[in-house]
Design a protein around this ligand. Structure first.
Ligand code: SDX
Length: 397
């Protein structure tokens, strides 16, 4: 049960809870959502269908998916009072900072009517967060761009709506909406959101579970998860990959950076490589790699950055250190490249991760809150401080 941690220094891992949502085999590179292989879901499903699966445990029937989608559309709008919340952010605020603030503020909007003991209240809270997160995300971008907010439309799908809220402009003659809800882009977004939807007890999901175990407001707990995801060692890696590629600048400098990544005295790490659990290829990276080539074929505009990324991948996969340490490209290595090709701004890359992972976070929250005997999380530690000692008066120190 939550709170019983086994510390295994050899594997640096802890078993923090029981969950039936996602299964990972790091050695074999297996990832299952409610028993379904991620490869099959990425190939045949949609993000909303996968979100239903994660939240409810089963794939939806046609009618169930229709009702689920209809309810998501119903909750997609933000309360008008929330729009003024954005006025408090300077135009150059990082979108992740705005996401933390706005998601957290929903705990003020929906606090009074929330009865956490009522499964229906919990279900609606989860649906609200899944529905509103793309609207909030797009609003963060519009605020930083100084553009008017665009409302969600019920005639567009989840990914199409997001791209429309991000990029459509009243003066459509400059930027046609259609180019942003192009089938290649929408297919890539659905796959990216499916691959990022859940991943067992990663740092941000564990944060959401630990905060939720105290009975805290779910919107505030998801805001905590957004904070944890922001770090460059976690969800912030996709943004860090593009910064790293810009710093490397050219293929002939790749050996210099590979050497830095191997130098224990240099804090530099190859962003988008390695994983605490996968000691083989991240199955999501394999899938996303194919999507990356499809998207680049249509949108890359021969950007040298993409050639550099593929050359870096080739160098690292052949390097003895990376082979010995089993450091392979992870899901974040390719996602940033795709987002850049889709004209998503770099500081929005981790926000894209938030949209997808909200499905996983709310599913774990629902699972935990449904357990009648769930207990507060209480991690322990290995104490490395002084043995007990006596107080010394100031004059004798
Ligand atoms: C995500 O947990 C999840 O499931 C996360 C995630 C999810 O879906 O939620 O999968 C999403 O966060 C993917 C990871 C994104 N982060 C990055 O790409 C940042 C770069 N990667 C590293 O910072 C690192 O690989 C981590 C943080 C991902 C994992 O760090 P660990 O657990 O310390 O890695 P490890 O124990 O496997 O490291 C083994 C060795 C270590 O060297 P030694 O101490 O044995 O000498 O490999 C080294 C590490 O220093 N190493 C790297 C490296 N990653 C690990 N060296 C250079 N470059 C790297 N990227």
């Amino acid at each position: 049960q939550l709170g019983v941690f086994t510390y295994d220094p050899g594997f640096m891992s802890t078993a923090s809870c029981k969950s039936a949502i996602t299964y990972i085999d790091g050695e074999k590179g297996i990832l299952l959502y409610r028993g379904y292989p991620i490869e099959q879901l990425a190939k045949h499903s949609s993000f909303l269908e996968v979100a239903y699966l994660l939240m409810n445990g089963e794939l939806p029937t046609e009618d169930q998916l229709y009702s689920f989608t209809d309810e998501i559309n119903h909750h997609a709008m933000l309360h008008e009072a929330l729009r003024s919340f954005f006025d408090g952010f300077h135009y150059d605020a990082h979108p992740m900072a705005m996401m933390v603030g706005v998601m957290g503020s929903l705990s003020a909007f929906y606090h009074s009517e929330l009865n956490m003991e009522d499964p229906e209240h919990r279900r609606i809270s989860a649906m609200r967060m899944l529905a509103k997160v793309p609207t909030i995300a797009a609003a963060c971008y519009r605020h930083s761009a100084g553009w008017p907010f665009v409302y969600p439309r019920v005639d567009l799908g989840y990914c199409e709506n997001f791209m429309n809220m991000m990029f459509s402009l009243p003066s459509q003659k400059f930027i046609g909406v259609d180019q942003y809800i192009d089938p290649v882009a929408i297919k890539a977004l659905n796959i990216l959101f499916i691959l990022h939807a859940d991943h067992e007890q990663n740092a941000s999901t564990s944060t959401v579970r630990l905060a939720s175990s105290t009975g805290a407001n779910p919107y505030a707990c998801v805001a905590a998860g957004i904070s944890a995801l922001w770090g460059p060692a976690h969800g912030g890696a996709n943004e860090a990959v593009l910064s790293m590629l810009s710093e490397i600048g050219s293929v002939d400098r790749i050996p210099e950076f590979i050497a830095r990544a191997k130098d224990k005295n240099d804090p530099f790490r190859l962003m988008g490589f390695g994983h605490r659990v996968y000691k083989n290829f991240d199955p999501r990276a394999t899938i996303i790699r194919e999507t990356c080539y499809e998207v680049l074929e249509k949108y890359s505009n021969n950007d040298p950055l993409f050639e550099l990324a593929l050359a870096l991948e080739e160098h690292a996969l052949k390097d003895d250190y990376f082979i010995e340490k089993k450091l392979y490209p992870n899901v974040d290595f390719y996602s940033g490249i795709i987002y850049k090709a889709l004209k998503i701004p770099e500081d929005m890359f981790t926000v894209m991760f938030v949209i997808a992972r909200t499905a996983g976070w709310v599913s774990h929250w629902l699972e935990m809150m449904a357990e009648s005997n769930h207990r507060i999380g209480r991690p322990r530690q290995i104490y490395t401080g002084y043995d007990q000692r006596e107080y010394v008066a100031k004059e004798n120190r």
